[in-house]
Design a protein around this ligand. Structure first.
Ligand SMILES: NC(=O)c1ccc[n+]([C@@H]2O[C@H](COP(=O)([O-])OP(=O)(O)OC[C@H]3O[C@@H](n4cnc5c(N)ncnc54)[C@H](O)[C@@H]3O)[C@@H](O)[C@H]2O)c1
Length: 452
């Protein structure tokens, strides 16, 4: 058998296994992205193994429990009944046909990409790589990561001398590589996850075809692009588009407040235009793993090309300033009651970075709580999704969720996250003063409310 026919056969073999739902799927990183993906493949009767270095997650899943609010334990148990298992043992990777990497891509303390999760994972995969496997990176990252970081490690460190399949030529000892970004919008129930088209960029045509077949079995539509870098850039464009437009409305909100205009009314009116306008909404600052973080992956990479991404930097400056604007608004609101932040009892409502989700990452609430504490306020918080806030990468609050009663005891109640379950008329009725950063009290008319 010639090398090319060997590769052709490994390509055909994997394609057939995918079509027959026999391809063994390994998902590395069982967080907000990886766990739902594992469940989707399991639902479609693929044999799925999840890999995570967090022993508590592996343990929880092994016992049929969930650690993500919107995923019910029954879903984990159903997946287990379909053969899903979770492990920290990377040696099981050699049994997988497709390996999907869903590990975090945060910024480091200098606001630069921290690729350590991707590189650690790749170092761990390499010893178990075998010919004909498909490796797909899903973590959001700068254009070039798949080809410049992931592929070289896999090629250098696999013991069989395998190379990534490129062009049309092959060595007969290849594995397939692609990048396919996750595009989920947590908490958004208007689009089912399978209906979010899946962008795929393979290192060569065969890798693209395999990755499209693989994702095509759980997503309604796949969108192949010419390279992993094009797929990486696609994801960043989407997030930068959001980041810049949110900064634009945040800035216009500040102007509207000064001019005595209601930005929400203006956005609603502008949204009636049937073309050329997409609404974005102001808020207390950016949150989540993606929008505050991902654009800086591109800024960093752009420097290599002697290029400054000015929109990203300006948007970052405006969005980063929003929690400080909230602090100033609270100070102003208390001042009108002849009080200062220093010594006031303040309740922050909502610490998740957006409504109806259980994700704290980069939440502006955390910054606002710290800013208020630094000014001498006695801060409490309430969030139905977080009974306790301990220590994270950038905070160490050690606070317990307050009861949502006796709101009159607080000098000010600040709505930072507009969870749907809150009874806003009741909150306004009971409170002395409400600072609303989300327009959650839009239907209520009361002199107690300060919109900010
Ligand atoms: N959460 C979202 O809504 C969302 C949306 C789109 C894209 N993304 C991107 O997807 C990626 C993953 O995000 P997430 O929200 O799922 O993160 P997460 O923190 O919820 O989950 C990541 C998981 O990876 C595990 N992990 C870390 N290093 C590992 C290793 N070496 N081996 C095995 N497991 C390891 C962690 O323990 C964790 O369970 C990020 O790049 C993020 O930017 C996230």
């Amino acid at each position: 058998m010639t090398p090319s026919s060997t590769v052709e056969s490994s390509f055909d073999l994997l394609k057939t296994k995918i079509q027959q739902r026999e391809a063994r799927v390994g998902i590395i990183g069982l967080g907000y992205v990886g766990l739902p993906l594992a469940l989707l493949y399991s639902e479609q009767k693929f044999p799925v193994t999840g890999f995570d270095i967090d022993a508590r997650k592996v343990e929880a899943l092994s016992q049929g429990n969930s650690y993500i609010y919107r995923i019910a334990a029954e879903e984990i148990q159903a997946a287990k009944a379909n053969g899903f298992s979770a492990t920290a043992d990377y040696s099981q990777l050699s049994a997988m046909d497709a390996i999907i990497i869903c590990v975090p891509t945060p910024l480091d303390e200098y606001h630069e990409p921290d690729l350590s999760f991707i590189t650690n994972t790749t170092h761990a995969i390499a010893p178990h790589l075998r010919p004909g496997q498909l490796v797909v990176l899903e973590s959001t990252t700068y254009p070039g990561t798949t080809e410049e970081v992931l592929v070289p490690i896999l090629e250098k460190e696999n013991p069989l001398g395998l190379t990534a399949a490129r062009g049309d030529s092959s060595t007969g000892k290849d594995f397939f590589v692609a990048f396919s970004p996750e595009r989920e919008d947590p908490g958004n129930t208007t689009v089912a996850r399978r209906d979010i088209p899946k962008v795929v960029g393979g290192l060569n045509g065969q890798a693209s075809e395999l990755a499209c077949a693989f994702y095509g079995s759980i997503f309604s539509r796949t969108v192949p692009v010419s390279s992993p870098a094009a797929a990486e850039m696609t994801k960043l464009l989407e997030n930068i588009y959001r980041c810049v437009n949110i900064a634009l409305v945040n800035e216009l909100k500040l102007l509207c407040l000064r001019m005595g205009l209601n930005i929400w009314e203006v956005i609603e009116a502008a949204s009636t235009k049937p073309f050329g306008f997409h609404p974005f909404y102001p808020g207390p600052g950016l949150g989540g793993h993606c929008i505050p973080v991902d654009p800086f992956y591109l800024s960093w990479k752009a420097k290599e090309w002697d290029f400054r991404t000015r929109f990203i930097e300006l948007a970052g400056e405006i969005n980063t300033n929003m929690p400080y604007h909230v602090l100033a608004s609270i100070g102003g609101a208390l001042n009108r009651h002849r009080k200062s932040i220093n010594g006031s009892r303040i309740l922050v409502l909502g610490v998740a970075y957006k409504k109806d989700i259980d994700d704290l990452r980069e939440s502006p609430s955390l910054t606002i709580i710290e800013l208020l504490q630094n000014e001498g306020a006695k801060v409490s918080y309430h969030d139905p999704y977080f009974p306790f806030i301990g220590k994270g990468r950038k905070y160490d609050l050690q606070m317990k969720c307050a009861q949502l009663n006796d709101l009159g005891q607080y000098d000010c109640v600040v709505i930072v996250t507009d969870h749907s379950d809150y009874d806003y008329p009741g909150i306004v009725r009971e409170s002395q003063l409400v600072v609303d950063t989300r327009n959650a009290t839009r239907a209520i008319s009361s002199p107690k409310i300060v919109h900010c």
